[in-house]
Design a protein around this ligand. Structure first.
Ligand code: UD1
Length: 430
């Protein structure tokens, strides 16, 4: 990885953070990235005009909009809404130039197959935290009548006749569960997905499909039943709140101290995280507006293990590692979902953190304080964790490659700064 030298950092797009005072006040939590991308894909299921509300203004949404546009769909943003006009005829193809920028574009497979009987989607490569295969998506879709062929880096799929069946997922994969749900909604007969993922974004997708006229029950549990229907209609739908963005602000208040309210956050979607943060010394409680949170004094170490929902989200892990690096004691973090998701650890160590990684474990010995340094974001959550770490560091932390953060956070620096954090987005001059 290319190292940022302090003299270069002036010329780079970056987020600069100065550690210091507490965070205070309300912060609005946006709609969930991991939901809206799938809802946009689901709009391929039928002709007509869809409106999605509470849509975060983030780069991943812009890329997914381009994926839809490449197929002939019109997508316009109006305020926090996205208006999607899906014409009768579309080109059911997602090109590599877009899928390599957005792995979640594989979510178009199911809706394209159900909506047009065809799909050609360029396979995205691996990413910074390991391989991201789609074998479970394919096995699940094959079980209900889709046929696949992989050639030239593309997945070619056809579905002349989707027929409901039982689909037993090897692992509760979020993406596979969603793809099968979106195809099964138009299949003939009943599909039962067992060992389904239970994430709140899956329940949001089920709500969206049901509003369209689908018959999906059990979303949010491990068994989802989809009765195929012949007709669907376009709808207006508000995206569920982003629990990972909310978690990021909880981590921020844990690091900087203070008292904040996450407006629009869903405490019922964050129970495990709030429990762990409580053990670490971050108090949270449901509030009429969302979630109230307060932290005073030094954090305490805990052991954490990532698991599918309702376990601790893997997406929160970099945030927890950052928090543990200044907590009192030793904490062990175990990653159970992705093979290598510890790249940001080197960057935290540049800031003075004491972390040892071995296979899918990280052992973090809390230090009294971090020291600001030039560091580089390697993915969305790692980038956010480095900014959050900067809140508890002496001096200046300059996080390079903030475009990773822009993929999933709407105005991250602006929201932190409105809470009183000394955080600025600096763009290169000239
Ligand atoms: C989604 C989220 C991501 C989150 C992850 C787990 C989106 C856009 N992304 O990703 O932020 O970290 O859920 O909560 O919603 N796997 C296979 N074969 C497959 C599918 C998955 O081996 O066909 C493996 C993956 O490599 C990974 C594990 O299963 O090790 C979980 O992946 P999955 O739940 O599918 O995550 P995504 O849907 O890709």
């Amino acid at each position: 990885m290319q190292r940022v030298h302090p003299e270069d950092s002036e010329r780079q797009d970056r987020i600069e953070v100065r550690g210091g005072g507490p965070l205070e006040g309300p912060v609005a939590i946006s709609g969930a990235k991991n939901s809206v991308l799938k809802l946009m894909a689901a709009s391929l299921l039928t002709e007509g005009t869809f409106t999605l509300r509470n849509v975060p203004d983030i780069d991943d949404v812009a890329v997914m909009a381009d994926v839809l546009r490449a197929m002939g769909v019109a997508v316009r943003r109006i305020g926090d809404a996205l208006v999607i006009e899906r014409p009768a005829a579309i080109t059911p193809e997602a090109p590599y130039a877009l899928t390599e920028r957005l792995r979640a574009s594989t979510a178009v497979l199911g809706p394209l197959l159900a909506g047009t009987g065809h799909a050609r989607v360029a396979l995205p490569g691996g990413d910074d935290f390991g391989p991201r295969p789609i074998d479970m998506h394919i096995a699940g879709l094959e079980a209900i009548g889709c046929r696949f062929e992989i050639a030239g880096g593309d997945v070619h799929a056809t579905a002349d006749n989707l027929v409901g069946d039982s689909v037993l997922l090897e692992f509760p994969s979020v993406g596979a569960t969603e793809n099968v749900m979106m195809a099964a909604v138009r299949a003939k007969g009943t599909t039962v997905i067992d060992n389904a993922a239970r994430e709140p974004e899956i329940a949001d997708l089920a709500g969206f499909l049901n509003r369209m006229g689908g018959q999906v029950t059990g979303a949010g549990t491990s068994t989802i039943t989809v009765e195929g229907v012949e007709e669907l209609c376009p709808v207006d739908h508000a995206v569920v709140s982003d629990r990972i963005e909310a978690a990021t602000f909880l981590a921020a208040v844990g690091m900087a101290g203070g008292e904040i309210t996450l407006v629009g956050a869903r405490p019922d979607h964050m129970a495990m995280l709030c429990r762990k943060l409580g053990e670490m010394g971050v108090r949270t409680s449901p509030d009429p507006d969302g979630i109230w949170a307060m932290c005073t004094g030094r954090l305490r170490s805990v052991d954490v293990s990532t698991l599918p929902y309702p376990g601790l989200p893997t997406d929160c892990k970099p945030l927890l590692v950052a928090m543990l690096s200044v907590a009192e004691g030793v904490g062990i973090v175990t990653e159970n979902l992705f093979s290598g998701r510890f790249r940001y650890v080197d960057e935290l160590m540049r800031m003075g953190a004491d972390i040892r990684t071995e296979s899918h474990h990280a052992v973090i010995r809390g230090v009294e304080s971090l020291s600001g340094a030039p560091v580089r974001a390697s993915d969305i959550r790692a980038g956010a964790a480095l900014v959050v770490a900067g809140l508890a560091a002496d001096g200046v932390t300059a996080v390079a490659d903030p475009h990773h953060i822009d993929r999933g956070y709407e105005d991250f620096a602006g929201k932190l700064s409105a809470l009183g954090g000394d955080v600025r987005r600096l763009r290169p001059v000239g």
